[in-house]
Design a protein around this ligand. Structure first.
Ligand code: NAP
Length: 274
């Protein structure tokens, strides 16, 4: 029931119609007996500053931020927590007197998903496919979890080099090699080893028959493959991993865990590191 005390939360981005966040957040609210409503709100890039300012004045308690605003929104916030600063993107805003404070729960969601799916990183050589916004969160997590060596495979090497530079600046002990998508054979001892691989490119999103790497030789050497995509629930990348006797996971667990991270920030202050 909506009444005079109902708190307002929402998602800003463009587009937002496809998002599962309203379903997840309103279900969490019902489960936890919170008097709140969570709505999708389409915001155009040129309207972002006005939207943030207006939302604050309207006392909208919390917002999730999705593409294309995750980076640009940072300049309209009063405070940004350390993890979000490291990643260079926020996906969760918490109302405070002075303005919104920004967080990034993607990394938190991914760590929880890795833990519960038994996807090991510490001390392992990890292949990361992609170097976009999601890969930035993955890269920071891999460095924090002390992967032995990170091989970033990306279509545009300049973007992967920039990601590598950023991670090493934050975590100087991290060993990173950048390669093109078809250069996986250049990974030392590739032919004799099996790797845990994270697929963080957008190839395969809403498409069942596309994958960033098609060569089956690659999938022969994947022990566990983690695709951040959750639509479709089983991507071609995942099917290829399984066809070569590897274990494959989709991004649904990460999605649910990052949503839980936002919910906890809004309602318990969990994740508030500063
Ligand atoms: P993004 O910033 O746009 O980055 C896209 C990445 O995909 C870049 O590395 C890009 O390479 C690569 N790419 C795009 N088209 C390609 C193509 N045709 N061939 C080869 N590589 C291509 O996107 P993002 O925000 O990082 O999101 C990436 C994926 O993660 C999306 O599918 C998104 O749905 C998913 N995601 C899932 C969750 C979750 O909770 N499960 C959270 C966040 C994101 P270049 O550098 O060469 O352009």
């Amino acid at each position: 029931m909506i009444d005079g005390k109902t708190q307002i939360y929402g998602l800003i981005g463009d587009p937002v119609e496809h998002s599962l966040s309203p379903l997840i957040q309103n279900s969490l609210a019902e489960m936890h007996g919170k008097n709140m409503v969570y709505l999708p709100m389409r915001v155009l890039e040129e309207d972002l500053e006005g939207a943030i300012c207006g939302a604050h004045k309207l006392h909208i308690n919390g917002l999730n931020v999705t593409a294309p605003h995750k980076e640009k929104v940072m300049k309209y916030l009063s405070e940004i927590d350390q993890t979000a600063k490291e990643i260079g993107a926020v996906n969760t805003l918490l109302w405070t007197e002075d303005g919104y404070k920004g967080f990034n729960t993607d990394i938190y969601g991914l760590e929880r998903a890795f833990e519960s799916d038994g996807f090991e990183v510490s001390g392992k050589d990890i292949i990361l496919i992609g170097a976009g916004g999601a890969a930035r969160a993955v890269g920071v997590l891999l460095a924090r979890l002390k992967a032995s060596h990170i091989y970033i495979l990306n279509r545009t090497k300049a973007n992967a080099n920039e990601l590598s530079r950023r991670i090493i600046e934050l975590y100087p002990y991290t060993e990173i090699t950048v390669l093109g998508l078809d250069e996986f054979r250049n990974i030392p001892d590739f032919m004799t080893k099996k790797f845990n691989v994270i697929q963080a490119s957008s190839v395969g999103l809403e498409k069942r028959d596309e994958a960033p790497i098609l060569d089956d030789e690659f999938y022969n050497h994947v022990a566990k493959g983690y695709d951040l995509i959750y639509n479709p629930l089983e991507t071609l990348f995942m099917r290829k991993v399984k066809a070569n006797e590897g274990e494959a996971y989709n991004g649904m667990h990460m999605l649910l865990s990052q949503a839980l991270g936002s919910f906890e920030i809004w309602h318990n202050g969990v994740g508030n590191e500063e």
